[in-house]
Design a binder for this molecule. Sequence first.
Ligand code: DOR
Ligand code: ZN
Length: 346
Amino acid sequence: MAEVNELVITRPDDWHLHLRDGDMLARVVPDTAKRFGRAIVMPNLVPPVTTAALARAYRQRILDAVPNGLAFEPLMTLYLTDNTTPAQIEAAKASGCVHGVKWYPAGATTNSDAGVTDIRRCDAALEAMQALEMPLLMHGEVTDHSVDVFDREAEFIQRHLIPLIARFPRLRVVFEHITTRQAAEFVAAAHEGVAATITPHHLLLNRNAIFAGGLRPHNYCLPVLKREEHRHALVAAATGGSPKFFLGTDSAPHERHAKESACGCAGIYSAPGAIELYAEIFDQAGALDRLEGFASFHGPDFYRLPRNTDTLTLKRETWQMPAQFGEGPDALVPMRAGDRMTWRLV
Ligand code: DOR
Ligand code: ZN
């Protein structure tokens, strides 16, 4: 097959994104809005986005940060707590702007303190979600500290996901940012209402990247990067054409001082080169023809939203990702900082 040097695809969407709030929101929204038509926006603010009213207000703050001339639609999510009621789920559905409810096991990751302590406490809310076809988006890791950090996702499948699906067989579920062969295999074999997002960092990096010549805080995220065999399984899942797998960057900006610290925050800021990095992954796998399905079709099909109608063009061209955005301790250090990118947004 002749080498493809220009790629025109239906405009992609990002089905898992952190935009934060306030000044940070204004700094990061343009990176996503330049590339993606829509994004599922995570609700782990302080305080978390737990109601339709909070989601609607947050949505407006995001829209206010979209640069003129760009059309970008934030798809909002609610933060599930032990106290989420069926009435709150109904209000979310009725709002028209909330497209999922996020389950953070309490203590699993950034701003998850208000998360769920025991998913069985959420049965009434889950019942309403199942009935209303409101997807449950999961951070799939056990929080039991006696479980090795590299095994927490695989253990989550056994301890929580299998029992959950058995109790709520019609609940639509997105296993977010999967990182293991076990998760990819589980989703592939599950019923059609179970899908997964895959990040660019889990497709490009294995856990060696956290320790390459020294401790690399900018490669620290949750779920943590895994062994090479898992990265391989994720690439196979993403590029294999199955509609159960779709694009979700989990781009999660933290200022430099919060990353380069004795207790650094988890999160990789990939938005400034996200679709370009996915193009590189699919290119390396000889699967550029499947990028559009993964990036632009499978997500809206799962969420039962229309596919985008405009297009995005990428060119095979080398460029350098800036080392940072901004100056000093507040700078944002992106994925691939100061390094070579192989696809460019036209
Ligand atoms: O790496 C991560 N960063 N994983 C998460 O689950 C949360 C996210 C964040 O909000 O920073
Ligand atoms: Zn996330």
